[in-house]
Ligand binder design. Structure first.
Ligand code: BG6
Length: 496
């Protein structure tokens, strides 16, 4: 698809996301020659910046966070010339006339054909307002021109607010104008899930309850909440990671093959997965959902604060910084196969991966072999770091007898030496500019994911004494989570 000339308007332009992710990703697109010939990025926020000061700040972000951070200064300067800034109070509808005027001006000066892409990277309380104010200015629709709106996560804080937000958006925009961001979907390895599953004939026959014993999905982080305590304390691991990123991974692992690789075909299949997740009963929530909160400890000799001591966090907070849960997908493919999902802050390492545990052979012929446990092959799909795919298989140790050893068939993206692997924001920004929503979440699927999560949130709210386990910084979360995985000698994979 040829990319059309356009203006990208980023609301929340003075914020961290613009500085660390969005503008560095735009610069990467510029370096890859993927931006349209006529392109402008207009940053909008309340803070007072001149174009020059804004550019200076953005260049600083590029130098730290872009994949092309070592690019020659001339390239950075040429790119920075495309950045502009407008200071308005985005909560005040009247101020939007200034935006319209600025857009008219930039559009006629830079020949961007009246095409506008709006990106909301503001505090979430503005998500219902900004699209409405844009619509009041008539900026939501223009025949033959691009009018799209990208909304950062979190999309709602619960089912009700997500439904409300969708409804408000759909009053002024068509679904195909709305791009709901989940940056996990922009990760190359996440997209590769579809290719692994549907371009290889060896996996599909095994990818079901007959051959898969259980599936693990982990997103572990080694850092704490850093300077985001205020936000995180209202959010917790469930809203911050599970409801969006991890359930999206689940959908890609569990979905049926689409009939074509097209946005709605793929998103229809993902929706069906969310609809088929078995709702958790109160007993399930009590037994199969484990919450934890990190406590002060030394990690590699360095003292780390407990969560309740973090800036912006309520000292009596019961917000979870770790969550592990077990769920089932009630359909023909997955009947009774447990899926285990976990995410946490201040764990021993930063890793996101999906682990498919195949069933063991029907009979263990090498039973005397103590080194080989024959619990079944595992396939590890590594989202990051060290992106790749690993299959563990048994192999005979050369020599007398039948000694079996587990060996790895291992592929790392880093082996593709000359291939450029775009960052998640780079890929997703480009898709929104191109008008491809495949890697964005659709409103109905998002609501379906909230529908699964909501009873758990309600349960915690109504039962404040429900267990919340402390775990020391640098550990793998509460010990009780180890026993969540069913099966003899079975527990999580603990990657190092
Ligand atoms: C964000 C969460 O959406 O994802 C953060 O708000 C989290 O808390 C981050 O750290 C993780 O993303 P990644 O790409 O580093 O795994």
């Amino acid at each position: 698809k040829k990319i059309q000339d356009q203006i990208l308007v980023i609301f929340g332009a003075s914020g961290d996301l613009t500085y660390r992710k969005l503008v560095p990703a735009l610069f990467d697109l510029y370096k890859q020659k993927s931006l349209p010939d006529n392109f402008v990025m207009l940053g909008v926020a309340r803070s007072d910046f001149s174009d020059e000061l804004f550019r200076e700040k953005m260049v600083d972000g590029i130098r730290q966070f872009s994949l092309s951070k070592d690019a020659p200064q001339a390239d950075v300067d040429a790119f920075a010339d495309k950045l502009y800034y407008l200071s308005i109070n985005t909560e005040d509808s009247k101020e939007y006339t200034k935006l319209t005027q600025k857009l008219d001006l930039l559009d006629s000066e830079k020949n961007t054909e009246g095409n506008y892409l709006f990106y909301l990277s503001t505090p979430p309380n503005l998500y219902p307002l900004i699209p409405k104010f844009l619509a009041e200015q008539g900026l939501n629709k223009a025949k033959g021109k691009i009018r799209r709106i990208v909304i950062e996560k979190p999309f709602g804080t619960d089912l009700k607010s997500a439904v409300y937000l969708n409804k408000g958006l759909l009053a002024d925009y068509e679904e195909d104008q709305i791009y709901r961001m989940d940056h996990y979907l922009g990760k190359e390895t996440v997209q590769n899930l579809l290719v692994t599953r549907f371009s290889n004939s060896i996996y599909e026959p095994l990818w079901n309850r007959n051959y898969i014993h259980h599936v693990e999905i982990t997103a572990a982080e080694s850092l704490g909440v850093e300077n985001r305590g205020g936000y995180y304390d209202q959010s917790g691991a469930m809203r911050d990671m599970i409801q969006n990123h991890l359930l999206q991974l689940l959908a890609l692992v569990a979905m049926e093959p689409p009939t074509v690789i097209e946005s709605d075909a793929i998103r229809n299949e993902k929706l069906k997965v969310f609809q088929a997740i078995r709702p958790l009963s109160q007993d399930d929530i009590l037994n199969n959902v484990i919450r934890g909160q990190y406590t002060a400890a030394k990690v590699k000799g360095k003292p780390q604060k407990g969560y309740r001591e973090e800036k912006g966090v309520n000292p009596d907070s019961r917000t979870e910084t770790y969550l592990a849960l077990k769920l089932y997908i009630d359909n023909w493919r997955w009947g009774d196969v447990p899926f285990y999902i976990r995410s946490g802050k201040h764990l021993p390492t930063r890793v996101s991966e999906i682990v498919i545990h195949f069933r063991p052979t029907p009979l263990n012929l090498f039973i005397d072999n103590k080194e080989y446990c024959n619990d079944g092959n595992i396939l590890v799909i590594r989202i990051h770091p060290d992106e790749g795919i690993l299959l563990k298989t048994g192999m005979k140790v050369p020599g007398a007898g039948y000694k079996v050893k587990e060996v790895n068939m291992d592929f790392h993206y880093s082996q593709l030496q000359d291939t450029y692997v775009p960052g998640a924001y780079e890929r997703l920004l480009l898709d929104a500019m191109l008008g491809d929503s495949t890697l964005y979440t659709r409103g109905d699927a998002l609501e379906a994911a909230w529908r699964f999560v909501q009873p758990i949130l309600d349960y915690w709210k109504n039962n404040p004494e429900a267990p919340l386990y402390g775990y020391p910084c640098g550990s793998w979360g509460p010990n009780v989570a180890d026993s969540l995985i069913e099966g003899k000698n079975m527990t999580w994979r603990y990657p190092c």
